[in-house]
Design a binder for this molecule. Structure first.
Ligand SMILES: CC(C)(COP(=O)(O)OP(=O)(O)OC[C@H]1O[C@@H](n2cnc3c(N)ncnc32)[C@H](O)[C@@H]1OP(=O)(O)O)[C@@H](O)C(=O)NCCC(=O)NCCS
Length: 203
């Protein structure tokens, strides 16, 4: 996820086209812009080594992960545009954030595209369909309301849960690449995946 968001500037992010929160089809999952005081949740999730490995896509020593984590949080503090917290609603009560999704819009050949990512923070919330539902909600929002023609993402080749989640949402693998983290020079293999508007419409 780190690689995705470094590369695209702010210029495609200024327009907001939706009323928040965005609700999933079942109504269980809500997405709403990340608030400044919610960054503390993300900091607490990133105390966990495995979460850092999965989120940053690197199986590195803890000091390397810490460096990446600091850079990541600093970036989030500066720019929260396109970052939506994930909440759960049950019995009319909305939970604290359980994760977040991210998107960045850009133009390629006059076609609007997006790069996306997702992190569920507390491990106990994973593997229950929440990630898939939150991600599907983001994709629907981008195709329906932001007129996106194609969405790309990348994930570590070792992150099989993320790959399964992305495949379940319709993404197909297109290539493998090597990614080197800027501050740490740590290299890891990543899988690039893509979903076109036509594929999304067919589903
Ligand atoms: C990746 C992540 C968002 C997936 O969300 P999730 O809620 O755990 O996954 P879901 O329960 O919605 O499952 C989605 C699909 O993945 C499959 N899946 C989930 N966990 C899996 C695992 N550990 N191994 C293999 N498949 C798995 C499910 O069977 C499901 O497929 P199906 O719908 O065809 O049955 C979440 O696990 C997470 O945030 N992990 C930590 C951070 C991370 O890896 N982020 C992605 C960085 S690129």
């Amino acid at each position: 996820m780190q690689y995705l968001f470094r590369r695209w500037g702010k210029k495609f992010l200024s327009r907001t086209a939706s009323h928040y929160p965005i609700r999933s089809a079942s109504g269980r999952v809500l997405l709403s812009p990340l608030q400044k005081d919610e960054i503390r949740f993300i900091e607490s999730w990133f105390q966990d080594r495995r979460t850092c490995e999965l989120a940053f896509g690197v199986k590195a020593p803890w000091d390397v992960l810490e460096t990446i984590r600091e850079e990541y949080i600093e970036e989030l503090q500066k720019d929260k545009v396109g970052v939506l917290s994930v909440y759960l609603e049950k019995d009319n009560k909305i939970s604290s954030p359980v994760g977040f999704v991210r998107y960045k819009l850009f133009e390629k050949g006059r076609r609007r595209q997006a790069r996306v990512g997702i992190i569920l923070g507390p491990p106990e919330h994973r593997g229950q369909g929440i990630g898939r539902e939150a991600f599907q909600t983001l994709l629907d929002y981008l195709f329906e309301q932001r007129d996106v023609k194609q969405i790309e993402l990348d994930t570590a080749t070792f992150n099989l849960a993320a790959q399964a989640c992305f495949r379940a949402c319709g993404f197909e693998p297109i290539r493998e690449m090597e990614f080197t983290s800027i501050n740490t020079q740590w290299t890891e293999k990543r899988l690039v995946m893509r979903l076109s508007r036509q594929q999304w419409e067919r589903r």
